[in-house]
Design a protein around this ligand. Structure first.
Ligand code: NDP
Length: 359
Protein backbone atom coordinates (compact mmCIF):
# COMPACT_ATOMS: atom_id res chain seq x y z
CA UNK A 1 0.00 0.00 0.00
CA UNK A 2 2.80 2.40 1.05
CA UNK A 3 4.55 1.63 -2.23
CA UNK A 4 1.37 2.38 -4.23
CA UNK A 5 0.91 5.74 -2.45
CA UNK A 6 4.53 6.62 -3.21
CA UNK A 7 4.04 5.82 -6.91
CA UNK A 8 0.81 7.87 -7.05
CA UNK A 9 2.59 10.78 -5.31
CA UNK A 10 5.48 10.63 -7.80
CA UNK A 11 3.08 10.57 -10.76
CA UNK A 12 1.12 13.49 -9.31
CA UNK A 13 4.24 15.61 -8.69
CA UNK A 14 5.58 14.86 -12.16
CA UNK A 15 2.27 16.05 -13.64
CA UNK A 16 2.21 19.21 -11.50
CA UNK A 17 5.83 20.23 -12.07
CA UNK A 18 5.79 19.41 -15.78
CA UNK A 19 2.87 21.77 -16.40
CA UNK A 20 4.12 24.86 -18.23
CA UNK A 21 3.29 28.25 -16.70
CA UNK A 22 1.20 30.03 -19.34
CA UNK A 23 0.37 33.57 -18.34
CA UNK A 24 -2.04 34.41 -21.15
CA UNK A 25 -2.87 32.96 -24.50
CA UNK A 26 -0.17 33.80 -27.02
CA UNK A 27 -1.11 36.42 -29.59
CA UNK A 28 -0.25 35.47 -33.13
CA UNK A 29 -0.86 36.84 -36.63
CA UNK A 30 -1.40 35.45 -40.12
CA UNK A 31 2.12 36.59 -41.15
CA UNK A 32 1.00 37.33 -44.70
CA UNK A 33 4.31 38.04 -46.47
CA UNK A 34 2.63 39.43 -49.60
CA UNK A 35 1.61 42.59 -47.78
CA UNK A 36 5.25 43.45 -47.02
CA UNK A 37 5.82 44.94 -50.45
CA UNK A 38 3.13 47.54 -49.74
CA UNK A 39 4.99 48.95 -46.75
CA UNK A 40 7.96 51.32 -46.76
CA UNK A 41 10.98 51.01 -44.47
CA UNK A 42 10.50 47.40 -43.41
CA UNK A 43 13.20 46.27 -41.01
CA UNK A 44 13.89 42.57 -40.40
CA UNK A 45 14.57 43.23 -36.72
CA UNK A 46 14.25 46.36 -34.61
CA UNK A 47 15.95 46.27 -31.22
CA UNK A 48 14.73 48.92 -28.83
CA UNK A 49 17.57 49.92 -26.52
CA UNK A 50 21.35 50.06 -26.98
CA UNK A 51 22.66 48.73 -23.68
CA UNK A 52 24.51 45.46 -23.32
CA UNK A 53 21.37 43.40 -24.06
CA UNK A 54 20.44 45.40 -27.16
CA UNK A 55 23.97 45.37 -28.61
CA UNK A 56 24.46 41.64 -28.10
CA UNK A 57 20.99 40.90 -29.53
CA UNK A 58 22.14 42.95 -32.53
CA UNK A 59 25.35 40.91 -32.93
CA UNK A 60 23.52 37.62 -32.96
CA UNK A 61 20.75 38.73 -35.26
CA UNK A 62 23.00 40.46 -37.77
CA UNK A 63 25.36 37.51 -38.14
CA UNK A 64 22.53 35.91 -40.15
CA UNK A 65 23.08 38.61 -42.81
CA UNK A 66 19.61 40.00 -42.13
CA UNK A 67 19.81 43.62 -40.97
CA UNK A 68 19.38 44.29 -37.27
CA UNK A 69 18.60 47.89 -36.27
CA UNK A 70 19.29 49.12 -32.77
CA UNK A 71 17.43 52.25 -31.65
CA UNK A 72 19.87 54.04 -29.36
CA UNK A 73 17.20 55.54 -27.11
CA UNK A 74 17.46 58.27 -24.49
CA UNK A 75 20.48 56.71 -22.71
CA UNK A 76 22.77 55.23 -25.38
CA UNK A 77 24.76 52.36 -23.90
CA UNK A 78 22.26 51.96 -21.07
CA UNK A 79 23.01 51.92 -17.38
CA UNK A 80 26.39 50.26 -17.66
CA UNK A 81 27.79 53.52 -19.07
CA UNK A 82 27.48 54.95 -15.54
CA UNK A 83 29.02 51.96 -13.75
CA UNK A 84 32.44 52.40 -12.19
CA UNK A 85 35.03 49.70 -12.56
CA UNK A 86 33.47 46.45 -13.68
CA UNK A 87 35.48 43.43 -12.70
CA UNK A 88 33.11 40.56 -13.49
CA UNK A 89 32.66 40.64 -17.26
CA UNK A 90 34.01 37.33 -18.56
CA UNK A 91 37.31 37.68 -20.33
CA UNK A 92 37.58 41.39 -19.59
CA UNK A 93 39.95 42.40 -16.81
CA UNK A 94 38.74 45.39 -14.76
CA UNK A 95 37.42 48.08 -17.08
CA UNK A 96 35.05 51.04 -16.65
CA UNK A 97 31.39 50.61 -17.62
CA UNK A 98 31.82 53.48 -20.07
CA UNK A 99 34.69 51.73 -21.85
CA UNK A 100 32.79 48.45 -21.97
CA UNK A 101 29.70 50.03 -23.54
CA UNK A 102 31.84 51.95 -26.02
CA UNK A 103 33.54 48.68 -27.01
CA UNK A 104 30.19 46.90 -27.27
CA UNK A 105 28.85 49.51 -29.65
CA UNK A 106 32.02 49.57 -31.74
CA UNK A 107 31.97 45.78 -31.95
CA UNK A 108 28.29 45.88 -32.98
CA UNK A 109 29.11 48.31 -35.77
CA UNK A 110 31.95 46.10 -37.01
CA UNK A 111 29.54 43.15 -37.09
CA UNK A 112 27.11 45.13 -39.21
CA UNK A 113 24.51 46.26 -36.66
CA UNK A 114 22.87 49.49 -37.76
CA UNK A 115 22.32 52.10 -35.06
CA UNK A 116 19.49 54.62 -35.28
CA UNK A 117 20.14 57.80 -33.27
CA UNK A 118 16.60 58.32 -32.10
CA UNK A 119 14.17 57.23 -29.39
CA UNK A 120 10.94 55.28 -29.68
CA UNK A 121 7.88 57.25 -28.62
CA UNK A 122 5.16 54.73 -29.46
CA UNK A 123 4.79 51.15 -30.63
CA UNK A 124 1.90 49.16 -32.06
CA UNK A 125 2.42 45.49 -31.34
CA UNK A 126 -1.21 44.60 -32.06
CA UNK A 127 -0.55 44.27 -35.80
CA UNK A 128 2.18 42.66 -37.91
CA UNK A 129 4.54 43.98 -39.18
CA UNK A 130 4.95 45.79 -35.88
CA UNK A 131 4.85 49.58 -36.05
CA UNK A 132 7.46 51.72 -34.32
CA UNK A 133 7.17 55.48 -34.09
CA UNK A 134 10.38 57.44 -33.55
CA UNK A 135 10.72 60.79 -31.77
CA UNK A 136 12.02 62.55 -34.89
CA UNK A 137 8.89 61.56 -36.82
CA UNK A 138 9.95 58.45 -38.72
CA UNK A 139 7.75 55.31 -38.69
CA UNK A 140 9.42 51.90 -38.94
CA UNK A 141 7.78 48.56 -39.73
CA UNK A 142 9.48 45.60 -38.11
CA UNK A 143 9.16 41.90 -38.83
CA UNK A 144 10.44 41.12 -35.37
CA UNK A 145 11.09 43.31 -32.35
CA UNK A 146 13.42 42.85 -29.39
CA UNK A 147 12.62 44.95 -26.35
CA UNK A 148 15.84 45.83 -24.50
CA UNK A 149 14.79 49.03 -22.75
CA UNK A 150 16.38 48.19 -19.39
CA UNK A 151 15.37 49.84 -16.17
CA UNK A 152 15.68 53.23 -14.49
CA UNK A 153 16.89 54.12 -10.99
CA UNK A 154 14.14 54.42 -8.37
CA UNK A 155 13.50 57.65 -6.52
CA UNK A 156 12.57 58.08 -2.88
CA UNK A 157 9.60 60.37 -3.60
CA UNK A 158 10.39 62.69 -0.67
CA UNK A 159 10.26 66.50 -0.45
CA UNK A 160 13.31 68.23 -1.91
CA UNK A 161 14.40 65.22 -3.99
CA UNK A 162 13.31 66.65 -7.34
CA UNK A 163 14.02 70.25 -6.36
CA UNK A 164 17.69 69.36 -5.80
CA UNK A 165 17.95 66.80 -8.61
CA UNK A 166 21.31 67.46 -10.26
CA UNK A 167 22.12 69.99 -7.53
CA UNK A 168 23.18 67.49 -4.91
CA UNK A 169 20.80 64.60 -5.59
CA UNK A 170 22.25 62.05 -7.99
CA UNK A 171 22.04 58.40 -9.02
CA UNK A 172 25.42 58.23 -10.73
CA UNK A 173 28.55 58.35 -8.60
CA UNK A 174 30.80 57.75 -11.58
CA UNK A 175 29.36 60.78 -13.37
CA UNK A 176 29.40 63.13 -10.37
CA UNK A 177 32.24 61.97 -8.10
CA UNK A 178 34.55 64.85 -9.09
CA UNK A 179 31.97 67.38 -7.88
CA UNK A 180 32.22 66.05 -4.33
CA UNK A 181 35.96 66.46 -3.81
CA UNK A 182 36.50 67.11 -0.08
CA UNK A 183 32.77 67.28 0.56
CA UNK A 184 30.43 65.12 2.64
CA UNK A 185 27.95 62.86 0.93
CA UNK A 186 25.19 60.47 1.89
CA UNK A 187 24.11 57.35 0.02
CA UNK A 188 20.76 55.65 0.51
CA UNK A 189 20.37 51.91 -0.11
CA UNK A 190 21.85 48.68 1.13
CA UNK A 191 22.53 46.74 -2.08
CA UNK A 192 25.53 46.29 -4.36
CA UNK A 193 24.87 49.67 -5.99
CA UNK A 194 25.06 51.51 -2.66
CA UNK A 195 28.37 49.83 -1.82
CA UNK A 196 29.71 50.39 -5.32
CA UNK A 197 28.76 54.08 -5.29
CA UNK A 198 30.57 54.51 -1.97
CA UNK A 199 33.72 52.88 -3.38
CA UNK A 200 33.60 55.14 -6.43
CA UNK A 201 33.20 58.24 -4.24
CA UNK A 202 35.86 57.15 -1.72
CA UNK A 203 38.89 58.75 -3.43
CA UNK A 204 37.03 62.08 -3.68
CA UNK A 205 34.63 62.72 -0.83
CA UNK A 206 35.78 63.71 2.67
CA UNK A 207 33.08 61.62 4.38
CA UNK A 208 30.56 59.10 3.03
CA UNK A 209 27.60 57.87 5.06
CA UNK A 210 25.47 55.00 3.77
CA UNK A 211 21.92 55.01 5.14
CA UNK A 212 20.42 51.53 5.20
CA UNK A 213 16.74 51.15 6.03
CA UNK A 214 17.06 47.70 7.63
CA UNK A 215 19.50 46.37 10.20
CA UNK A 216 21.72 44.86 7.51
CA UNK A 217 23.02 45.48 4.01
CA UNK A 218 22.18 43.08 1.22
CA UNK A 219 25.32 44.01 -0.76
CA UNK A 220 27.72 41.17 -1.60
CA UNK A 221 29.99 40.33 1.38
CA UNK A 222 33.10 41.12 -0.69
CA UNK A 223 31.81 44.63 -1.38
CA UNK A 224 30.93 45.12 2.30
CA UNK A 225 34.45 44.04 3.23
CA UNK A 226 35.90 46.60 0.84
CA UNK A 227 33.86 49.36 2.49
CA UNK A 228 35.65 48.58 5.77
CA UNK A 229 38.99 49.43 4.16
CA UNK A 230 38.03 53.12 4.25
CA UNK A 231 37.90 55.01 7.55
CA UNK A 232 35.80 57.75 6.01
CA UNK A 233 32.97 55.41 4.91
CA UNK A 234 30.35 54.78 7.57
CA UNK A 235 27.32 52.51 7.26
CA UNK A 236 24.37 53.38 9.50
CA UNK A 237 21.37 51.08 9.85
CA UNK A 238 17.65 51.46 10.52
CA UNK A 239 17.48 54.94 9.06
CA UNK A 240 14.91 56.45 6.75
CA UNK A 241 15.43 59.66 4.80
CA UNK A 242 12.39 61.93 5.08
CA UNK A 243 13.47 65.08 3.27
CA UNK A 244 16.27 66.67 1.25
CA UNK A 245 16.99 70.22 2.37
CA UNK A 246 19.02 72.93 0.67
CA UNK A 247 19.76 76.62 0.40
CA UNK A 248 17.78 77.06 -2.80
CA UNK A 249 20.79 76.17 -4.93
CA UNK A 250 22.41 73.02 -3.53
CA UNK A 251 21.75 70.33 -0.95
CA UNK A 252 22.82 71.23 2.58
CA UNK A 253 21.21 68.54 4.76
CA UNK A 254 18.82 65.61 5.08
CA UNK A 255 16.07 64.93 7.57
CA UNK A 256 16.63 61.43 8.91
CA UNK A 257 14.37 59.17 10.98
CA UNK A 258 15.81 56.50 13.24
CA UNK A 259 13.20 53.77 12.76
CA UNK A 260 13.48 51.92 16.10
CA UNK A 261 13.12 55.13 18.15
CA UNK A 262 11.12 57.11 15.53
CA UNK A 263 13.30 60.11 16.37
CA UNK A 264 14.14 62.56 13.60
CA UNK A 265 17.35 64.54 13.20
CA UNK A 266 19.09 66.78 10.68
CA UNK A 267 22.13 65.35 8.91
CA UNK A 268 24.34 68.00 7.27
CA UNK A 269 25.78 66.93 3.89
CA UNK A 270 26.52 68.22 0.41
CA UNK A 271 24.96 65.48 -1.67
CA UNK A 272 22.70 62.45 -1.68
CA UNK A 273 23.21 59.46 -3.96
CA UNK A 274 20.22 57.21 -4.54
CA UNK A 275 20.96 53.49 -4.82
CA UNK A 276 17.59 51.96 -4.01
CA UNK A 277 17.00 49.73 -6.99
CA UNK A 278 15.36 50.21 -10.34
CA UNK A 279 12.03 50.26 -12.18
CA UNK A 280 11.76 48.51 -15.54
CA UNK A 281 11.20 50.74 -18.58
CA UNK A 282 7.99 49.18 -19.83
CA UNK A 283 5.70 52.14 -20.55
CA UNK A 284 5.98 51.60 -24.35
CA UNK A 285 4.97 47.94 -24.22
CA UNK A 286 2.68 47.90 -21.22
CA UNK A 287 -0.53 47.85 -23.33
CA UNK A 288 0.64 44.73 -25.17
CA UNK A 289 2.97 42.58 -23.11
CA UNK A 290 2.35 40.58 -19.94
CA UNK A 291 4.15 42.09 -16.96
CA UNK A 292 4.86 40.44 -13.64
CA UNK A 293 3.78 41.83 -10.25
CA UNK A 294 6.89 44.06 -10.09
CA UNK A 295 6.28 45.48 -13.57
CA UNK A 296 9.00 43.50 -15.40
CA UNK A 297 8.10 41.79 -18.70
CA UNK A 298 6.83 38.32 -17.88
CA UNK A 299 8.58 35.39 -19.49
CA UNK A 300 6.48 32.26 -19.32
CA UNK A 301 9.36 29.91 -20.09
CA UNK A 302 13.15 30.02 -20.25
CA UNK A 303 12.81 31.45 -23.75
CA UNK A 304 13.04 35.21 -24.38
CA UNK A 305 9.73 35.18 -26.27
CA UNK A 306 6.83 37.22 -24.97
CA UNK A 307 3.08 36.72 -25.17
CA UNK A 308 3.17 38.15 -28.71
CA UNK A 309 4.65 35.95 -31.40
CA UNK A 310 7.56 37.79 -33.02
CA UNK A 311 8.27 40.03 -30.02
CA UNK A 312 11.23 39.09 -27.84
CA UNK A 313 12.84 40.63 -24.81
CA UNK A 314 16.42 40.98 -23.55
CA UNK A 315 18.13 42.26 -20.44
CA UNK A 316 16.95 43.95 -17.26
CA UNK A 317 13.50 44.89 -18.54
CA UNK A 318 12.54 41.26 -17.92
CA UNK A 319 14.91 40.60 -15.04
CA UNK A 320 14.39 42.25 -11.69
CA UNK A 321 16.55 39.66 -9.98
CA UNK A 322 20.04 39.27 -11.43
CA UNK A 323 20.42 42.53 -13.36
CA UNK A 324 24.01 41.83 -14.31
CA UNK A 325 25.76 42.95 -17.48
CA UNK A 326 26.65 39.35 -18.17
CA UNK A 327 23.07 38.09 -17.81
CA UNK A 328 21.86 40.95 -20.02
CA UNK A 329 24.43 39.88 -22.61
CA UNK A 330 23.28 36.26 -22.40
CA UNK A 331 19.61 37.05 -22.81
CA UNK A 332 20.49 39.47 -25.62
CA UNK A 333 22.21 36.67 -27.53
CA UNK A 334 19.29 34.37 -26.91
CA UNK A 335 16.74 36.95 -28.04
CA UNK A 336 18.73 37.61 -31.23
CA UNK A 337 18.81 33.89 -32.05
CA UNK A 338 15.13 33.42 -31.23
CA UNK A 339 14.15 36.35 -33.44
CA UNK A 340 16.02 34.64 -36.30
CA UNK A 341 14.34 31.31 -35.61
CA UNK A 342 10.96 33.05 -35.69
CA UNK A 343 11.69 34.63 -39.09
CA UNK A 344 12.83 31.29 -40.46
CA UNK A 345 9.62 29.71 -39.19
CA UNK A 346 7.47 32.22 -41.08
CA UNK A 347 9.54 31.78 -44.25
CA UNK A 348 11.88 34.76 -44.14
CA UNK A 349 15.58 34.49 -44.91
CA UNK A 350 17.97 36.97 -46.50
CA UNK A 351 17.08 35.57 -49.95
CA UNK A 352 13.29 35.49 -49.59
CA UNK A 353 13.20 38.93 -47.99
CA UNK A 354 14.75 40.64 -51.02
CA UNK A 355 11.53 39.86 -52.86
CA UNK A 356 9.46 41.89 -50.47
CA UNK A 357 11.50 44.74 -49.04
CA UNK A 358 11.62 48.15 -50.70
CA UNK A 359 14.60 50.30 -49.69
P1 NDP B 1 18.89 46.13 -4.98
O1 NDP B 1 17.46 45.97 -5.32
O2 NDP B 1 19.76 44.94 -4.85
O3 NDP B 1 19.02 46.91 -3.59
C1 NDP B 1 18.26 48.05 -3.33
C2 NDP B 1 18.56 48.50 -1.92
O4 NDP B 1 17.85 49.71 -1.70
C3 NDP B 1 18.12 47.50 -0.86
O5 NDP B 1 19.04 47.50 0.18
C4 NDP B 1 16.79 48.08 -0.41
O6 NDP B 1 16.50 47.84 0.92
C5 NDP B 1 17.04 49.57 -0.56
N1 NDP B 1 15.81 50.34 -0.76
C6 NDP B 1 14.82 50.13 -1.66
N2 NDP B 1 13.88 51.08 -1.55
C7 NDP B 1 14.29 51.90 -0.56
C8 NDP B 1 13.76 53.08 0.03
N3 NDP B 1 12.60 53.59 -0.40
N4 NDP B 1 14.44 53.66 1.02
C9 NDP B 1 15.60 53.14 1.47
N5 NDP B 1 16.18 52.04 0.94
C10 NDP B 1 15.52 51.43 -0.05
O7 NDP B 1 19.43 47.15 -6.07
P2 NDP B 1 20.91 47.43 -6.56
O8 NDP B 1 20.74 48.54 -7.54
O9 NDP B 1 21.83 47.64 -5.45
O10 NDP B 1 21.33 46.10 -7.31
C11 NDP B 1 20.50 45.59 -8.32
C12 NDP B 1 21.17 44.39 -8.98
O11 NDP B 1 22.34 44.82 -9.66
C13 NDP B 1 21.59 43.35 -7.97
O12 NDP B 1 21.37 42.10 -8.50
C14 NDP B 1 23.06 43.60 -7.83
O13 NDP B 1 23.76 42.43 -7.49
C15 NDP B 1 23.45 44.11 -9.21
N6 NDP B 1 24.63 45.00 -9.12
C16 NDP B 1 25.85 44.43 -9.22
C17 NDP B 1 27.00 45.19 -9.13
C18 NDP B 1 28.32 44.52 -9.26
O14 NDP B 1 28.37 43.32 -9.41
N7 NDP B 1 29.42 45.22 -9.18
C19 NDP B 1 26.94 46.64 -8.89
C20 NDP B 1 25.59 47.15 -8.78
C21 NDP B 1 24.48 46.34 -8.88
P3 NDP B 1 16.07 46.40 1.47
O15 NDP B 1 17.32 45.58 1.51
O16 NDP B 1 15.53 46.75 2.79
O17 NDP B 1 15.02 45.90 0.52
Amino acid sequence: MKFLIKILFLLWSAAVYAEPIQHTEKKTFSFDLSKLSELPRIKPCVIVGSGVAGCVAGYYFTRSKLDGYVIKGPQPGGQLTGAGLVENMPGIPTMSGFEITTNLQNQAQVLGVQFIEDAVVAMDLSQWPFVIQLAQGETLYALTVIIATGSAPRKLGIPGELEYWGAGVSTCAVCDCFVYKDLEVAIVGGGDSAAEQALILAPYAKKITIFVRKDQMRAAPTLQERLKEYDHIEVVYNKEILEVQGNGEVVTSLVIKDTPSQETSTFPCDGLFLAIGHNPNTSLVQPYLDLDESGYIHLATRSQETNIRGVFVAGDVADGHFRQAVTAAGTGGQAGLEALEFLREIGITERTLRRYIKE
